[in-house]
Design a protein around this ligand. Sequence first.
Ligand code: AKG
Length: 230
Amino acid sequence: MISATDIDREGYQILTAPLSRDTLLQIEDVLGSARDESFRQRRNGSRYAIRNAHLLLPGLRSLLEAGAIRELACDVLEQPVTLVSATLFDKQPGANWFVPPHQDLQTPIQGRTEAPGWINWSVKAGQQYAEPPLEVFRQMLAVRVHLDECPGENGALEVVPGSHRMRLSEEDVSLIPERAFRLCPVDVGEVMLMNPLLVHRSRSSRLPKRRRVLHVVYSAAVLPQGIEWT
Ligand SMILES: O=C(O)CCC(=O)C(=O)O
């Protein structure tokens, strides 16, 4: 059961059976139909991620804009939500990496209209990004859908409970003691809900297995005029 209180206090929650088998199969199908060009690839040709998958795969966008995954975000944020982004992370033998501790600050947006509190504008791979203000982050939620089992040795996320309440500098993040990180093993089909400001990291997988996670971000914030989600 969703606990908005837990998410408020800890910054995250793991749900054991929130999605039907049908929903999971539909996601797998649409991701399975993605063309090679949609994937980020290592030099060795291994495919490891689809960034802005909601822009590249219209079928995925439809699934995420109406349906069970969006409902989870509406339930937590207690308001209608808009899709902000979707990323597929696909760790596997040959494309395996360590993600250092960070908050997810850079958010894809449309246009470039300066607005109070929106900072760190940048363009990556032709897409405009900016960092929203704290009050917008408070009304955002990432829904991480696990398409493979993700035990501790398979690159599970490690999070710092409570770290989502503030925007931290790189130095603040680097000073977080080792004991503050909590390992979050998640089974196939399970979902992890988290605020994008929750400090998180993940180790390389130590198992010869795939670890696919679809990381979908929603927001219930009213945006300033001139700024829109993509
Ligand atoms: O799924 C993961 O390991 C986290 C990836 C991540 O947060 C990132 O690359 O920004």
